[in-house]
Ligand binder design. Structure first.
Ligand SMILES: [Zn+2]
Length: 303
């Protein structure tokens, strides 16, 4: 999918006015939260060009002594490759970048450097200027930002990645779930992550949130998406257990077509609405098969 340097402001559709939603093409939503004490950027999009647009929208709120803070929900490229505006030699508006203590090592990995080099080559106009900038204020466990009028609770929600955080704002019963839930489903980076991801989904669904915003879902998805994601994994689990009861081996070779071995058609695992039945074909086939494989792997760990 080609990327764009454009960032769009999303019109408020009923959430608290102190939350500003920014959208980068069809890829990702990021957020600006304006509190009495802080203006908090939740993620920095894909590059300095998109992050600078976020900063421009945050700027008018940096009044009355408010300080700028940056949060990285996790270290995937679509959430933190704009970090360089806020730390290091490239910084134009220095600010603490809060993120998981597990994030910085990810920038050091050889695969990460290779990935950036590949992206620079494929789309130089988008990724050419990206300089890896890990978060600078490292947290583990729950972390609270007391913004005065709003409290931002940063909650570890591993699974999609091990360094993943979601944000809950109790005063306005609002959850920024980031990639812990997605339309049509979140993806665990490793098969082992699936169990953690389901635990994180359950944890988020238990919060008293009335407004839920995601990085990869329509702003209208609401709290229901958390429940639909949970139901999807429950459906897969039930189908996998049934297949195993019939003698299906837990570890399957790469070339096995799991969709024929585990009876869990996409149509029955998701709500019977147009939006769900018409998701991109990949999610119903290859992506769905990958989730089933991960589930079989997790069930095998139980024994
Ligand atoms: Zn993402």
């Amino acid at each position: 999918m080609p990327h764009t340097n454009e960032l769009q402001l999303i019109e408020n559709q009923g959430w608290d006015e102190r939350i500003i939603v920014c959208r980068n093409g069809k890829l990702v939503d990021t957020f600006i939260v304006v509190t009495e004490r802080f203006v908090v950027l939740v993620d920095t999009v894909i590059n300095p060009q998109t992050a600078v647009q976020m900063l421009a929208w945050a700027q008018p709120h940096l009044t009355n002594g408010r300080q700028l803070l940056v949060v990285n929900t996790h270290a995937d490229y679509d959430h933190c490759w704009g970090n360089q505006l806020f730390a290091g030699e490239t910084a134009v508006q220095p600010a603490p970048i809060i993120g998981s203590h597990l994030s910085p090592p990810k920038f050091q990995q050889e695969e990460a450097a290779t990935y950036l080099a590949k992206m620079k080559e494929l789309e130089p106009e988008v990724f050419g200027e990206v300089v890896f900038t890990p978060p600078t204020l490292l947290i583990q466990d729950k972390f609270v930002i007391d913004g005065g009028d709003l409290t931002l609770e940063l909650l570890p929600t591993p699974g999609h990645t091990d360094d993943h955080y979601s944000l809950f704002i109790p005063e306005i019963a609002t959850l920024l779930a980031a990639d812990a839930a997605e339309m049509p489903y979140p993806m665990a980076r490793t098969p082992d992550g699936l169990s953690a991801m389901r635990e994180s989904l359950a944890k988020l669904a238990a919060l008293p949130a009335e407004t839920v915003l995601y990085c990869h879902a329509p702003v209208t998805a609401g709290r229901q998406l958390l429940l639909d994601n949970i139901a999807y994994f429950n459906a897969i689990e039930a189908a996998c257990r049934a297949a195993q009861a019939q003698g299906l081996l837990p570890e399957l070779s790469e070339d096995v077509d799991v969709l024929t071995l585990v009876d869990c058609p996409w149509e029955t695992a998701v709500p019977d609405t147009e939006a769900w039945q018409n998701v991109h074909n990949y999610y119903k086939t290859g992506g769905h098969a990958e989730q089933i494989r991960a589930m079989l792997h997790c069930l095998a760990q139980e024994n």
